[in-house]
Design a protein around this ligand. Structure first.
Ligand SMILES: [Zn+2]
Length: 486
């Protein structure tokens, strides 16, 4: 009796200590958001709107088939930039790389400091055939209706090109002088991989021995209701992008007539291999940029969520379980498996000699192609199925500790006030990956506050941006250049 009571008391004591420690943890968890210094940059609205609107009218469309590029439109766009930003062309050094990629260098006063680079691209994806009539405004009209600018490139990513140039134009007019060199680099084939644009720019600058402290590219935006338990909008800055690879599974032999099949046919065996992979999945592990994201948003969360994340060490298995429930959050913590092509059979009464499946994989930073291949082989456990893998591993992970990340965060806070700005892992690819070769850090951030509906409009129908957001993007770029000075 006495012993039981003692044990109960002891348990109660442990529970109390646990509660005190964990509550304490969630109370002392400190915000990682810098105090905003509200921007005092005033942009000439009519002029700026007219510039983006006009930029949209050039059909600088990227096609997988490079022979389809209409380079006349690219030339016209480049001429338009020159006419529109005479001061920028006069005061900055300008060159073309591979005829259509554009590089500006704004010389700084202090050669001992490494440069930073702002990059974007002016090619846009085609309008999907069959969707033309669904556009409320012509996709290449640049129409300004109801306080919004419409068309391809308003989000992805002429807003970046024009926004950066507007910002530099503004700073020049204010007499601003950078300390470190500022490079503006605009690609023309990002949508098909950036091989001749960003890649060529990087080759050129690498030859000159230029290394950046950071390069900022398009990427995550500021979105409301993105993170449960956070009432403010959250802006996410990509500090890495996942790798993209394709595994090919092939089995050959043992065809024959369908009247006397073996128990396990080629189609059956490939199907079973895929089923095993889907059932097993790669391990979900909250680490790297995904973990960083939660470290940055946790202090801003409601108490319940803060409690869980402040005691991540204890609740990690639970957090991972929750994150794995939704595809979008699952992709943040594991390498994903997506079977995309299945090829087998030609005739309804003949067993196929060969069956092939393609699986698209998005790799977490740290997961190697070789490791992923051997995971697949081990999981499917069928020696007759040949596995090959091609593609890229994840990009390197940029730092969130130095002035580089903080200055981007500060610039975003100066413009967007209460928005929480956090690092994250990008699932999609961008030109930023190319800059890894010459930059200590690459960040991926589109400085606009948009809805998830807007996100679907990128590469989709009715791409648009509000004038207000566009002006804030310009302010952001000006702020980020100023922050790199301080
Ligand atoms: Zn883009």
């Amino acid at each position: 009796m006495e012993k039981g009571k003692l044990a109960l008391k002891l348990l109660g004591g442990i529970a109390l200590v646990f509660l005190i420690v964990t509550v304490f943890n969630s109370l002392v968890i400190k915000s990682k958001q810098p105090v905003p210094h509200p921007t005092n940059i005033v942009i000439n609205k009519d002029e700026a709107v007219q510039h983006l609107s006009k930029a949209i009218t050039y059909k600088t469309v990227s096609y997988q088939d490079r022979s389809k590029f209409d380079f006349k439109e690219f030339e016209k766009f480049i001429a338009f930039l020159h006419e529109t930003f005479p001061n920028v062309y006069e005061r900055l050094e300008f060159e073309k790389v591979n005829d259509y990629a554009l590089v500006f260098k704004w010389k700084g006063s202090d050669a001992s400091k490494n440069p930073i680079g702002l990059t974007s691209h002016y090619d846009v994806v085609p309008v999907l055939s069959g969707t033309e009539s669904k556009w409320e405004q012509d996709p290449f009209s640049g129409a300004v209706v109801d306080g919004k600018i419409w068309g391809r490139g308003t989000l992805d990513d002429k807003i970046g090109v024009i926004g950066i140039l507007q910002a530099v134009d503004y700073l020049l007019s204010e007499g601003f002088k950078p300390e470190r060199d500022i490079y503006l680099m605009f690609g023309f084939d990002e949508e098909i991989g950036g091989d001749e644009g960003a890649n060529a720019i990087v080759d050129t600058l690498k030859d000159r021995g230029i290394t950046f402290d950071y390069v900022l590219d398009e990427g995550g935006a500021i979105v409301e209701n993105m993170v449960p338990g956070v009432s403010q909008p959250v802006g996410v800055v990509g500090i890495s992008e996942k790798g993209s690879a394709t595994a090919k599974l092939t089995i050959e032999g043992s065809g024959g007539h369908s009247s006397q099949p073996k128990d396990h046919t080629n189609i059956g065996r490939i199907s079973s291999a895929i089923a095993k992979l889907e059932e097993t999945q790669f391990n979900g592990d909250l680490r790297g940029p995904g973990e960083d994201l939660f470290e940055f948003v946790a202090p801003e969360m409601s108490f319940g969520m803060k409690y869980v994340f402040a005691n991540k060490g204890i609740f990690e298995p639970l957090i991972e379980k929750i994150l794995l429930r939704q595809p979008a959050s699952a992709a943040l913590i594991r390498t994903t498996i997506a079977p995309t092509i299945f090829q087998a059979g030609e005739q309804y009464n003949a067993l196929p000699e060969k069956a092939t499946a393609f699986i698209n994989l998005r790799l977490m930073p740290g997961d190697s192609l070789a490791g992923v291949k051997s995971f697949i082989e081990k999981t499917i456990d069928d020696d007759d199925i040949k596995v090959t893998i091609t593609g890229n591993e994840a990009s390197k992970v940029s730092s969130i500790k130095g002035w580089q990340f903080t200055s981007i965060q500060q610039a975003a806070r100066n413009v967007y006030g209460n928005a929480v700005v956090a690092p994250y892992l990008m699932f999609a690819g961008s030109d930023a990956r190319q800059y890894d070769r010459i930059s200590s850090n690459t960040y991926r951030f589109l400085p606009v506050q948009i809805t998830s509906e807007d996100l679907n409009r990128m590469h989709g129908t009715n791409e648009q941006i509000s004038v207000e957001n566009y002006l804030r993007a310009i302010q952001f770029y000006a702020e980020v250049i100023k922050e790199a000075n301080s």
